[in-house]
Design a protein around this ligand. Structure first.
Ligand SMILES: Nc1ncnc2c1ncn2[C@@H]1O[C@H](COP(=O)(O)OP(=O)(O)OP(=O)(O)O)[C@@H](O)[C@H]1O
Ligand SMILES: [Mg+2]
Length: 224
């Protein structure tokens, strides 16, 4: 589905601040597989997810989507690929401030042009599933961290993406909400979706939802 081939990522390359966040990473996300990525803070998990989600470009190596190299393609193409095929849950949520929870969840559907009523029903349904339906009209930045995280998950699922990339998606959730999220992952898996999650959360790692657990250490990827 998504392949990283010999991917390295440097921040501020060629300057005194040069920092290699990923080193020669090879990773193939097979269709329908659930992969959990662990590793200490600063190991490069977010960087890897952003590259896999076409939200950043590698310094060297290639990112392929369905076998086609895409990391060198233009921003418009990448944005379209992301919007149609990939849902992304950001570690810091990245909800648009000044918009309601519901408006945030609706946004990814705008370019697809689906009928308004269907969009609204889906967005509301997702917020209900994530138990934040009662906060649908609250301004996003006023929500608690756990509520924002669940709205971010709903937004990532809005276009029913084939691939879900989620960065520490349970970091702000209580035990019950984390358990419901694991159930949601299991349902997505049943429907053939491809999932890559970064997590420190022992609840997620122990849930048995993952087919594969990988570990990043200092930018290098290894089987956990
Ligand atoms: N924009 C940036 N500019 C410079 N360095 C960066 C940038 N983004 C990340 N880094 C560095 O790259 C390394 C990997 O960062 P990354 O955010 O991928 O780690 P992480 O594994 O997600 O950590 P955490 O568990 O704390 O979220 C870190 O040392 C970080 O300081
Ligand atoms: Mg991170």
């Amino acid at each position: 589905m998504i392949t990283l081939a010999g991917v390295s990522k440097a921040f501020h390359p060629g300057t005194p601040a040069e920092h290699w966040a990923l080193r020669d990473v090879d990773l193939a996300l097979e269709p329908g597989q659930v992969t959990v990525l662990t590793g200490p803070s600063g190991a490069g998990k977010t960087t890897l997810l952003l590259l896999a989600g076409c939200l950043a470009r590698p310094t060297s190596g290639r990112v392929l989507f369905r076998g086609e190299p895409i990391s060198h393609l233009g921003e418009r193409f990448l944005a379209e690929t992301r919007n149609r095929h990939i849902g992304f849950v950001f570690q810091q949520f990245n909800l648009l401030p000044g918009r309601s929870a519901l408006q945030n969840v609706l946004l990814p559907a705008v370019p697809l042009g689906t009928p308004w009523r269907a969009r609204l029903d889906r967005a509301q349904g997702l917020l209900e599933t994530l138990q934040v339906g009662h906060r649908a009209h609250a301004e996003a930045s006023r929500l608690s961290s756990g509520e924002q995280q669940r709205v971010a998950i709903a937004r990532a699922l809005m276009n029913d993406p084939e691939i879900l990339l989620a960065d520490e998606p349970t970091a702000n959730l209580d035990a019950a909400a984390a358990e419901r999220f694991v159930d949601l992952l299991a349902r997505l898996h049943t429907r053939g979706r491809t999932l890559l999650l970064s997590s420190h959360d022992p609840r997620l790692v122990a849930s048995g939802v993952a087919h594969r657990t990988l570990r990043l250490a200092d930018g290098r990827l290894e089987e956990a």
